[in-house]
Design a protein around this ligand. Sequence first.
Ligand SMILES: [Zn+2]
Length: 239
Amino acid sequence: MEAFEGLILKQINFKESSKILYIYTEKGQMSLLVHGAKKLSSPFLNLTQNLTLIKFYATGKALKTLTDGEILTDYRKIKTDLEKFTYVQHLMEIINYFSESEYDHQKLYTFLKKILSHIENETHYIRYVYMFELKYLYLLGVAPNFNVCSACGVTDNLQFAVKDGGYACKIHATANSGVSHASVAVMKQIYYHDLKTVLDLKPDPDIRREIRLFLDEYYLYHLNFTSKSRTILSGLLGY
Ligand SMILES: [Zn+2]
């Protein structure tokens, strides 16, 4: 029997009364079969909710089976706030979608727990959602270039656009227009922020909106990704 810790990202029904959970751990995503999880008499009813951090024991080789476990954090303050919950679902969809990608899972796992704690406990939490999305682009090897023209390294007269992977000079820019300087400055600060220090930044609604649309377009253009939660979010946000 092995011990694990992880965050439940999603789940599917399996046979009549069982479930398979997709759990993100410090070694990457794993699948976990939970026998009888859908029965009301299951001792694991609370343990098998999405967005729950659990410690658990499992047996088996290819598909592991849950034998016992406990909840470490249930993120109640996120689950009871529809907007927060939808934003976090969006992040969980991203992690699940790219779960086969090769990157430092231990690093991401630790970072994810810190991000969720900020989202849960802070009023101005959207900057932490953006922080996750921006830094995740780095892990996937497609981070926007925030400093120089991606093509020639020039540092003057730059325009920041999705198609150009961030900054490009007048000669190398292929996009007709770019993101406002104010939004780029906010994204740059968020992208380079170290969570050990205080994030002194509260972007106004126009900038939040512009960054949201930039990130959506960036994930779509460079990674061919869009989430189901993003559609729900647009119903809540109006964009
Ligand atoms: Zn250039």
